[in-house]
Write a protein that binds this ligand. Sequence first.
Ligand code: ATP
Length: 742
Amino acid sequence: MDSYQENHQEEIEYLKKTLAFIEEEVKKEEKNLEEKKSDLIAAKKDMYENTVHIASDFESLVDINLHLMQVNNHISGYDTRRIKNLKKMINSPYFGRFDFIEKGFNEKEKIYIGLYNLMDKNTGEVYVYDWRAPISSVFYRYELGEVMYDTPAGVSRGDVSLKRQYQIRDSQLKYFFDCSVRITDEILQEVLSHNTSAKMKNIIETIQKEQDVIIRDRDHELLIVQGVAGSGKTSIALHRIAFLLYEGLNTNLQSKDVIIISPNSVFSHYISSVLPELGEENVRQSIFDDLVLEVLQGRFGKETREMQLEALIHSRVKIGDEGRKKSIDFKGSRVFKKILDRLLWHYAHRLIEFEDVYYNGTILATRQQLKNRFLHNEIGIPMAKQLNKIETILLQKVHPLQKKRLKRLEKIVEKSEGHEFEIKSFSRLLAIKQAVAFRDRIQKFTKVDYGDLYTQLFKNRGLLHKLAQGLTLPENINEIISTTLQNLEEGQVHYEDYAPLLYLKLKVEGNNVVSGIKHVVIDEAQDYTPLQYEVFKILYDNATYTVLGDIRQAIEKPIDYSLYDDVSEILNKGKTIKLSLNKGYRSTCEINAFTQKLLGEGNQHDYCSIERYGEEPKVIQRETLEGIDQSIIADIGNYTQQGYESVAIICKTQKEAEKVFSRLKKSVQLTLIKPQEGEVIKGALVIPTYMAKGLEFDVVIIYDVNKENYVSDFDRQLLYIGCTRALHRLVIYHKGDKSPLI
Ligand SMILES: Nc1ncnc2c1ncn2[C@@H]1O[C@H](COP(=O)(O)OP(=O)(O)OP(=O)(O)O)[C@@H](O)[C@H]1O
């Protein structure tokens, strides 16, 4: 036998042994589960039959029941998860191996790496190491030779003499090969040459070194990643969560303690299967609009981010109509945050009209006393709570006086005519009326409403200008003031007002809604304004953060890397690091070269692409829209025949997408993706650019990139986002002259 055959034989044996062990474990766990279920049923039966004798009251009965439910959930949750994980491993128990001699030891260990740990508890033999285990980092980071890796007990060193990769599918060893480099480009190219799927997939078999460094970072409280399109930011974010949860076994981080902030619900669906695939369920996902709804509870209307973008794109068509854009920039800025802080200060010091409080001729507190108490507030207590406390104190003071007053009232009523038979009840009624009047009087200065406060900023003539002293305001500030006031009075504010309103509410009332989050992942970080980060900071103050974005994919903002400095200053974490990724994995080299050119002079950046070749992108002119439609119908047929499974027709706006959809649907099977709607399915679909963010498709067709439709830098960014969604093919159609941007 030659050495390959020997190795092959050895690997077949090892696979057989591992699979047999997994199957044995599954059987054991299933038996275990059955026994536990029977025990539980018996315990329940016993409880129902006997509790009446032992549970002395209803409360203890409830307690027992609750306890049993918890035990029940705990047992079945843990056991079924382990069985599920083991079953997943039957398909492919591991994908990599390295042979390792730890410094100071002689014995060579074969370290197999897979989805989860697989250990024989009786013998201590480890069949497979979880890809997240400390030792597994060697596989992702090193070639042959000397290596080191972090363990909870410190750094371990050693020597790697062999690295091997496998493809095992349906429990069969398809192939394996030895590699001296980290992860060979061939296997990566092979993985990337496949079609994309309706749901994002995990990348554990081919994580790259620079990605692994981010995934396993434990040293920083704020980790910022600037990565080019397709560099794996979203994948990394999800694998990082899985890693932190694995580590969480030591640090007590659980899936319910983690939240992912993603751009929209279509994207949320797209990424929703990665963590469950990696064995981690129940991580919360939220979009900013959910937070708005949760905190503001629909009080100021329901404009969504998509509606804002749609309005913005349409307003751009009218040259010179920059009002909304300036308002968006201003209301998201740190300047506006300063104005809001000054507004809060001004309200506390100047606008609350404290009064002397009398009751029945007795002074309870002077105006100055109340003001002093309020301003020398215990640090950190929100304004509304502090005022509420003042109200409670005044009510407590007045309470004994009200009792005396009731007695007095009874005497008065007794003497008056017409109430002889209802002295008590009539006196009480009078007392209640007086108490209400008293409370209303003090509530004039103890109630503060964040919405009214925001309105005052725009309604109170000159207030905003006064508060903005020393700050630079946009040229159209007066227009912004009048439009905002009008919207507030109509109860329908713009999306850009939500962050300031949230900020004011959280500052005024404190954070009553969200708690317990220990780690926050913000994807598509470039899409949030500094003020939105201020809101995140208040909502998740004690959490650590992973923030990932690509400044070139900002939709309505100029390319400006200072956002990351703002994020770092605002979140203000002790240990912060900013890392960059400049290798794209999604698209072919031809598509990458095309999209880099799109960025325009001066905006290109350090970029490299994985070596995967395909066809040149096509830019095709048609005389009419009908001509474009006919070509697209033919394209969908051709590309589907060639085996591509997802073809996206990307339009500039939702309106355009709807029109294209209604024309094309007569001739071809396709889906229109709408904001707020669930999943992107496979096949042909029509989608507006901003909804396609973060997604990817085998074939991307960009609709009508003509010289009127795509002209500004803003359009360039939209076009860039659209084109970078393509894996294998990119086609651009235009009616008449093409856009000067391509
Ligand atoms: N190490 C890897 N191995 C295999 N595939 C990878 C790897 N890294 C990234 N990919 C693939 O590249 C594609 C892009 O990844 P992802 O969507 O995470 O990138 P991104 O940086 O978030 O992209 P964008 O900012 O453009 O939305 C995905 O198909 C992902 O599976």
